[in-house]
Write a protein that binds this ligand. Structure first.
Ligand code: ATR
Length: 270
């Protein structure tokens, strides 16, 4: 009996999630079917209800539905509550909907998998939108020495940092308040999409530092090119994409797929 899963988005045609989960299913022998469904912008809850009525067991949720998915859940993981967003839906045996977010843990797993040390590291995160909110709890759980959130709109970064003060050493402010050096700089702004670079000082990176862009593409982003010239090791968000998928797969099926071969196959196809 094949269990059904999907990714909901709008648009969703270019999602890599069906290919990733097909690879995980083949690797683990789990009998699942995973499709992409374009949910209507005005009725995400209805799309989830219809999917489960037709035998759907769980789903990933992408732009622009992560906050709506958060609101429809009957129960939430602590990390999803902190993120204010859900990217993984699970239909419980009792018919209730459980929500989790695997984005932040996906980022941390990708960093750790690439040998990036987080404990004791000086970390800078650029941006203060939903993408950044989703990764702060798992990052702080790794006990960095400090975490500074910098954003074009300074008050948003300060407010976001305040929401996570109880979890560790976190401050927020504008780009003009950035004072390095940092061991790890994570770009979580959508500036890369427009080919823009946040205004950053030249002496941002400590020796051996890593620059991580949550975006990815066939070519390195503007931020990663800028960072590489300044001596940082560039990593893009393709690994995070595959790791968050693996975490969702684990939540649904109780099996942890191998991610590196799947990531490399995607890389070659970019
Ligand atoms: P997401 O869900 O991807 O995080 P978002 O909530 O709209 O999307 O947040 C986008 C983030 O990118 C914000 O931090 C935004 O800065 P503002 O809060 O000041 O708007 C940031 N951003 C977008 N375009 C940018 C640019 N050209 N330069 C710097 N930051 C930018």
């Amino acid at each position: 009996m094949t269990d059904r899963y999907c990714v909901f988005g709008h648009p969703v045609g270019h999602s890599k999630s069906p290919a990733i989960h097909a690879a995980f299913a083949a690797q683990t022998g789990e009998p699942i079917e995973y499709t992409a469904i374009e949910a209507p912008l005005d009725d995400f809850a209805g799309a989830w209800r219809r999917f489960t009525a037709e035998g759907g067991r769980g789903a990933n949720v992408t732009v622009p539905f992560k906050e709506e998915a958060f609101r429809l859940c009957d129960t939430l993981s602590e990390r999803a509550r902190r993120a204010g967003a859900v990217n993984t839906l699970i239909l419980g045996g009792n018919g209730l909907t459980y929500g989790d977010t695997s984005d932040g843990v996906g980022l941390v797993r990708d960093l750790v998998g690439h040998g990036v040390a987080l404990r004791g590291a000086r970390v800078l995160v650029l941006g203060a939108g939903g993408a950044v909110r989703g990764v702060l709890e798992p990052l702080l759980a790794e006990a960095p020495a400090s975490l500074f959130v910098a954003n074009r709109t300074a008050e948003k970064a300060a407010g976001l940092a305040a929401d996570f003060h109880d979890l560790g050493e976190i401050e927020g402010g504008g780009f003009d308040a950035v004072a390095g050096p940092f061991d790890l700089v994570i770009n979580g702004t959508s500036a890369s999409l427009a080919g823009d670079l946040p205004p950053l000082p030249d002496d941002l990176f400590a020796p051996g530092a890593t620059a991580y862009d949550m975006m990815y593409g066939a070519e390195p982003t503007v931020f990663l090119r800028w960072a590489a010239v300044r001596g940082a090791r560039p990593l893009d968000g393709l690994g995070m994409l595959v790791e968050q998928a693996a975490e969702s797969f684990f939540q649904w099926r109780g099996k942890r797929p191998e991610t590196a071969p799947v990531r490399e196959r995607l890389r070659q196809a970019l």
